[in-house]
Write a protein that binds this ligand. Structure first.
Ligand SMILES: [Zn+2]
Length: 484
């Protein structure tokens, strides 16, 4: 059965059939680079990183395009606040964004076009729309006429009347209809501007994505995505421009929209505060667990961001990492993950852990059900841990199965964008071993009634942020600040 995807345009789950057999083109609306990325933006981009990885795993040759909006009111405003040029603002925040993406384990997209590199293409597209009489010039501005495009509203499922009643409409003396949107903005004093047939100015926001997606992927490409907040007006406007200009539809075959991230102010602890920027989260948590938190639930659903949710993700992620580290210890070295792709013609894998590959693929094929895909990896780890104990007791057949479990674990977690094949070098496992050692020393000191020494160890660990809890089965500990 082919992969099934929920398409926002048809509001239904449909079999995925790309335009060109074996190849997939994905365009995801990226960042307006005027600030550090919000965790919500970052989650959307990470999801498209996963979609690209998964389709690659399933044998497709994927081209993934993500743009930077680097000319915009917000950038101009930010440049004034920071007292630097707009291009310094965009260079600073796009570099920061790329650092954060790398920390979160995202691969660089195939193409990362910037709007300012495609101004000539945008002017050409706008001129074409004016020529087709679906756009008009007024006082150096060019507007798209929504009434000239009968399908306007088909993505958001709203009529012009609904939108007029419900939306905030930008008034402008040159506009013929209140919902007409800007293709070209006449230059204002002190703002970046380019020469055009309508005088100096700069492009409106929406036209860049129509031009750049067609430039890299061609009309009728496969997947267009972004956050669900982009459905209206951004994606609606992209469709109107591209389909009106080319006379061809659909502009994109599937529309995938990621749910928004909500901030849970009540559940925010003091240490996390009202953090909304990915960069601030990454100052407190390392990339692996944050990626885990972002990808563990359906891309379509809204997720609530809180310290507790991140701490849960740290624990689950650490469970995976501990399995990899302990297996490395037991096996001497980690096996290679067997294959990089499992396209539809590969047949069923045959190893001891092959059932997990089958359930993982079934989950992800079913509209990218990552919750079930993550669950299948956890089930693998539960069984793998049993094999690990038997292996440590000298059971050779368990050892053989363990090798296949670990190879499968590495294969599946690699698809999800985690890298457990390198030994962790951040010292947190060493720290954990040392804490265990000190707690054992403390236990021994107590048995020997050397209470001063026992208390000293406890006080020292507490001062370092290790919370110790004595239970009937022995001391348990956790680090008060989530580990980096
Ligand atoms: Zn866009």
């Amino acid at each position: 059965m082919p992969i099934q995807l929920y398409d926002s345009m048809t509001r239904s789950v449909r079999p995925f059939e790309p335009r060109d057999e074996g190849r997939v083109g994905i365009y995801c609306c990226g960042m307006t680079v005027y600030n550090y990325a919000h965790v919500g933006n970052m989650r959307t981009i990470l999801w498209f990183d996963l979609i690209r990885r998964y389709l690659t795993y399933r044998g497709y040759d994927v081209t993934f395009v993500m743009n930077y909006t680097d000319v915009d009111d917000k950038i101009i405003e930010r440049a004034k606040i920071e007292g630097i040029a707009p291009e310094e603002v965009t260079a600073k925040y796009s570099a920061a964004f790329e650092e954060d993406l790398a920390e979160l384990g995202a691969d660089r997209p195939s193409e990362v076009p910037r709007a300012t590199e495609h101004i000539a293409g945008m002017i050409e597209a706008i001129a074409g729309l004016v020529e087709k009489q679906v756009a008009y010039e007024a006082g150096g501005n060019v507007w798209f006429s929504v009434e000239s495009f009968p399908d306007y509203g088909k993505l958001s499922g709203r009529s012009l009347e609904d939108m007029r009643a419900g939306g905030r409409v930008e008034p402008h003396p040159g506009k013929r209809h209140p919902l007409d949107f800007s293709l070209w903005k006449a230059a204002k004093e002190g703002e970046p501007a380019w020469e055009s047939p309508w005088g100096p100015g700069r492009p409106g926001w929406h036209i860049e994505c129509s031009v750049m997606s067609e430039r890299y992927l061609g009309m009728g490409f496969d997947i267009h995505g972004g956050g669900s907040d982009l459905i209206f007006p951004h994606h609606e406007n992209e469709i109107a421009q591209s389909e009106a200009l080319s006379g061809h539809q659909p502009f994109s075959r599937y529309w995938l929209h990621a749910g928004m991230v909500q901030m849970d102010a009540e559940k925010m602890s003091k240490s996390l505060g009202n953090v909304a920027l990915a960069r601030e989260v990454l100052q407190r948590f390392s990339g692996g667990p944050v990626r885990y938190w972002m990808l563990q639930g359906s891309y379509k659903s809204q997720v609530v961001f809180s310290q507790a949710a991140l701490e849960d993700a740290v624990q689950s992620y650490e469970r995976w990492r501990t399995f990899a580290e302990s297996s490395r210890h037991a096996l001497g070295e980690l096996p290679e993950a067997p294959v990089a792709t499992r396209g539809s013609d590969d047949g069923l894998p045959r190893g001891a852990a092959s059932g997990y590959i089958t359930t993982f693929i079934a989950a992800m094929d079913d509209d990218l059900n990552s919750a079930e895909a993550f669950a299948s990896v956890h089930e693998l780890v539960t069984e793998g841990n049993k094999l690990l104990s038997s292996t440590l007791e000298g059971d050779d057949s368990a050892r053989e199965d363990l090798e296949d479990y670990v190879a499968t674990f590495l294969e599946l977690t690699r698809v999800l964008g985690f890298s457990f094949s390198e030994s962790s070098s951040d010292g947190s496992h060493l720290a954990a071993s040392l804490i265990e050692y000190l707690l054992e020393r403390r236990e021994r000191a107590r048995k020997e009634r050397a209470f001063n020494e026992a208390d000293e160890i406890r006080d020292k660990l507490t001062a370092l942020g290790v919370v110790i809890e004595d239970t009937p089965t022995g001391a348990r500990w956790r680090v008060d600040v989530a580990p980096r």
